[in-house]
Design a protein around this ligand. Structure first.
Ligand SMILES: [Zn+2]
Length: 551
């Protein structure tokens, strides 16, 4: 008995000591602790999936290793971290009707008809992604627009920013909403369009996804994220149902993307009373609570200090009084959670900065208070971030995709503090970048491109919008790696390849230091590795269609 146990112990030790992998002959690029770009040629992964050594030499003389991976000179970056994404929503979006990019109401109707025909089993048709700004009609959709395409079952389609839904008559009937239903505080209703706080009137009637559907959505989201080289996510507004799916995946060993979960609202504290430790080999942690201070700019829900330039009768939607906002954030912080608050308009940003300043005095500085989006900000408020330890969690692709809309909403003279990345860094505050998927594509490379160019993928506007706010590649990559990890209290685990951190890395098809921004934005990920294991690989062969596989 004793002999067997000893023998087994020796065997385990031997296999542990043996499992050393050297990754050599690579063009490694990352941001160093000094914030500068660092080049490396090889690195060593220990048996626990963590990096043990990083070397400049592409062919180091190593005496003892088990596996050698020859990178054949290809470019390797640390796995990219999206500081702000909606994981389950990405999966559900990929599995549901997608009307993003439609150029007219007619095109949206056609996609709806096609989806209905392809999914006769769907009790409800749920979709997302419309943006009336991109439609030739330039008007919001109505119930009648949807009825003209599908009227036999409920249809609910969410706006691209998640701040409005349009419902058909069947959906309104199922939800018990009539034209006489009053809009709740902080919401609006017009002809089947439900904005911000009114959205719940119809959304609450949508059948709740089953646990199996939640698992399917999480699996789909992971597949998409790994294919874009995302190995870690600040999983925003995580519902308890989605958190449960993350835990099931962790237990089943199928969680490959490392998730820093921000639970949806203080009501989640009833189910998860305190932040968890890192679970399942550092794949999952409930770290924070996500709050909202206002709506979004597109639907004029962003709360502004001055009226909208294109609708002078409104300053947008203030979600909470100052006292309420303080109480919500204090409740989350008091339970030990990090607080991440959505604030788009300059009034909302000023409000939450004041709240965080107050809480900093109560809880100390290293609570890493987060402002999500930090989009339209009064320049006088930016220097207030660093002293209170506030992180600006921003999405560079919002800058390019919202640029014209922001100019329309605010006029030309109120955008000095908008998407002001370089000003934020110069003020001493930390920046964390992400995409806000599925609001934007989770592909981080167009975001990296926008970070250095402030241009969209067609090169507009020439020279970039407010070029002084452009970032260097090192600052930009930092915000998508180290900065995003720091923003989730995970900088000791990932965000760079350094001894003690996980070997989460990606192999890409081009060197970001040698290409122009548009080419950077078109970077293709070839392989994605998490904890020293390959979890995704680009295949050149076309996967078999489901019907063929089923034969
Ligand atoms: Zn978001």
């Amino acid at each position: 008995m004793i002999r067997t146990a000893l023998a087994l112990g020796a065997l385990l030790l031997a296999s542990a000591a043996n499992a050393v992998t050297i990754v050599e002959n690579i063009n490694g690029i990352q941001v160093g602790p000094d914030g500068k770009l660092q080049h490396f040629g090889s690195f060593v992964i220990g048996d626990d999936g963590r990096v043990t050594q990083v070397m400049a030499n592409p062919t180091p003389r190593m005496k003892r290793f088990d596996h050698m991976i020859n990178g054949e000179g290809r470019t390797v970056l640390p796995g990219l971290i999206d500081a702000h994404g909606h994981v389950s929503e990405l999966g559900f979006a990929a599995l549901s009707l997608d009307v993003t990019g439609t150029r007219s109401i007619g095109e949206m109707q056609q996609r709806l008809r096609d989806y209905a025909a392809a999914h006769p089993e769907a009790r409800w048709i749920v979709g997302r992604g419309w943006n009336q700004e991109l439609w030739s009609e330039k008007r919001f959709p109505s119930a009648a627009d949807l009825d003209a395409a599908v009227s036999d079952r409920p249809v609910v389609l969410e706006r691209v920013d998640g701040h409005a839904v349009v419902a058909n008559s069947a959906a309104m009937k199922a939800a018990g909403v009539t034209p006489a239903t009053p809009a709740p505080h902080g919401g609006e209703i017009h002809d089947g369009l439900f904005v911000d706080n009114a959205m719940d009137l119809v959304n609450k009637a949508i059948p709740v996804p089953t646990p199996a559907e939640q698992d399917q959505a999480l699996a789909k989201a992971q597949e998409i994220l790994l294919g874009y080289g995302i190995t870690g996510v600040g999983a925003m507004s995580t519902s308890i149902a989605s958190w449960d799916a993350m835990r099931r995946a962790g237990q089943a060993g199928t969680l490959n993307v490392r998730l820093m979960a921000y639970l949806d609202d203080v009501k989640s504290i009833a189910a998860v009373p305190h932040p968890t430790s890192w679970l399942y080999g550092d794949r999952l942690r409930a770290v924070g609570i996500k709050l909202y201070a206002d709506g979004a700019l597109g639907s004029r829900g962003a709360w502004l200090k001055q009226p909208y330039a294109d609708r002078p009768d409104t300053r947008g939607l203030q979600f909470h009084s100052d006292a309420e906002m303080l109480k919500l954030a204090d409740t989350a912080a008091g339970a030990g959670f990090q607080v991440a608050t959505h604030a788009i308009g300059d009034a909302a940003n000023a409000q939450i900065i004041t709240v965080y300043e107050q809480l900093s005095k109560k809880y100390g500085r290293d609570r890493r208070w987060r402002i999500e989006h930090f989009q339209i900000v009064d320049p006088v408020d930016i220097p207030r971030l660093a002293p209170a330890g506030i992180i600006a969690s921003m999405q560079p692709t919002h800058q390019t995709s919202d640029r014209l809309m922001a100019e329309a909403r605010l006029g030309p003279n109120r955008l000095a503090g908008a998407y002001a990345w370089q000003t934020v860094l110069k003020s001493g505050a930390r920046l964390a970048f992400g995409s806000d998927f599925p609001v934007e594509s989770p592909n981080p490379f167009p975001g990296l491109a926008a970070g250095i160019s402030r241009q969209d993928m067609s090169g507009q506007p020439p020279g970039g919008r407010i070029p002084a706010e452009r970032l260097s590649l090192a600052q930009d990559l930092d915000a998508f790696t180290r900065g995003a990890a720091y923003a989730g209290f995970a900088e000791d685990k990932f965000g760079s390849l350094e001894p003690g951190k996980y070997a989460d890395f990606i192999v890409v098809d081009r060197d970001p230091t040698k290409v122009d921004p548009i080419s950077l934005g078109n970077t293709q990920v070839l392989e994605t590795w998490v904890g020293g294991k390959k979890v995704w690989e680009r295949t050149t062969t076309v996967p078999a269609a489901p019907t063929e596989r089923g034969k």
